[in-house]
Design a protein around this ligand. Sequence first.
Ligand code: ATP
Ligand code: MG
Length: 466
Amino acid sequence: MVFKILVVDDEESVAVALSRHLARDGYQTSWVKSGEEALEKLFQEDFHLVFLDLFLPGLAGISVLEKIKAEFPEILVIILTAYENVKMAVQTMKMGAFDYLTKSCDMEELRVLVKKALETKKLRKEVKSLRAEIDRHQEAMIIIGNSPQIQEVRHLIQKVSEIDHCTVLIMGESGTGKELVARTIHRRSARTKNPFIDISCSALPSSLMESELFGFERGAFTDAKNRKLGLIELADGGSLFLDEIGTLDHSMQAKLLRFLEQRSFRRVGGIKDISVDISVIAAANNDLRKMMEEGSFRHDLYYRLNVFLIPVPPLRKRKEDIPLLANHFIHKFNQEFHKSIKRLHPSAEQVIMGYNYPGNIRELKNIIERAMIMEERDVITIDSLNLFKPPGTDALDLQHHGLDHMMGEEKALNEKLPLRELERQYIISVLKETDGNKAQTAKILGIARSTLFKKIKEYHLADNDE
Ligand SMILES: Nc1ncnc2c1ncn2[C@@H]1O[C@H](COP(=O)(O)OP(=O)(O)OP(=O)(O)O)[C@@H](O)[C@H]1O
Ligand SMILES: [Mg+2]
């Protein structure tokens, strides 16, 4: 990057000498004779640094400084005057000048100062972009929603994050925000500066899971050429997030239970007990209680984890949060896609409100993301939503089995229909086409027969209902 410097001085000899000198150091320089010219130039071109003489004809240097700081606060200004004047120096520094030099200073001093100024500028820019990064991160951590259910979740998060050393169990359907809850607990707690380590229990087979969690000693098995620390050890001082805990097999359940009870463990192949100070946050999207009753999840582990339960409700049980969430995602994707979509069109909002979100908030987020990619106007209209298919129709080729087509003569794709209604009509039309043949209907819809039966029941489509 080439830095651009503007010299403002009515004494041509000084201005030219200074510009040439700086140009030799690789800076791009320009000079002007008055404050008025300086401001005009700054409006036309981007500069990083300005050398400003205080005694100028016309607009006084001090007023030029004031204007520069008001209009271009990013630009660094170094004051250059013929006479040493401490009072003036203090005043200009207070007004935001970077430094103050007399024209009798030696060139080396000046070069060092320029270098320092521009480094400061680079640092400021880095700090600014880091701040923006942090803000983005924090923004992503906001739990949106006003429903009593989500307020209760927030209340529980607040309570548990005040406690050190907690064990929390977060339960909810897929996409309801369990991970967001876990991260928020960590961020609000006193452990926030220490690591938050997350592991998805379903990602690894049990044999690897053990060494991933507890680590191993050198020589513990053939490939163990060096000691490796496990995630539990890496989380020391912080929080360990065990996602999809219901997928752990019996032997890992037993090992995890032992760790939770003793808060110490041995690395695989090790003989030493290692203690750690961690909060454990577990999440499950399946019915752990049912798994426990069926015998696939240990009672003792269930109760050990269930010290503090945070149930995260599905989106269809808190529909009043949908518009808030939708707006939140519109804002988020505006920033990401450099768009300026204002809101949902009322008819699109009606569709969004009518849907029942089996994939919960993640699904709503995806729907908005996709609509925002499609949308060319500044509101999300029903047109950019109507590409998405009723659940279970993924396997269909919509070119041939498109909704319009399936609705036949009725041309019934009334744009104001909520999605559930669309889905219901779609199923009815396919059932009609197949003369009520459920197997064939399920095949055309691309869903399991059991799902079709569920839908038929849900929408009261049993023969006598139609
Ligand atoms: N209340 C909320 N406010 C804002 N964003 C949310 C909220 N709840 C969830 N999200 C967002 O929805 C997405 C899904 O959330 P998250 O990954 O936490 O769900 P999950 O319950 O862990 O899902 P899964 O069971 O599939 O792992 C994320 O992008 C998350 O930031
Ligand atoms: Mg998750």
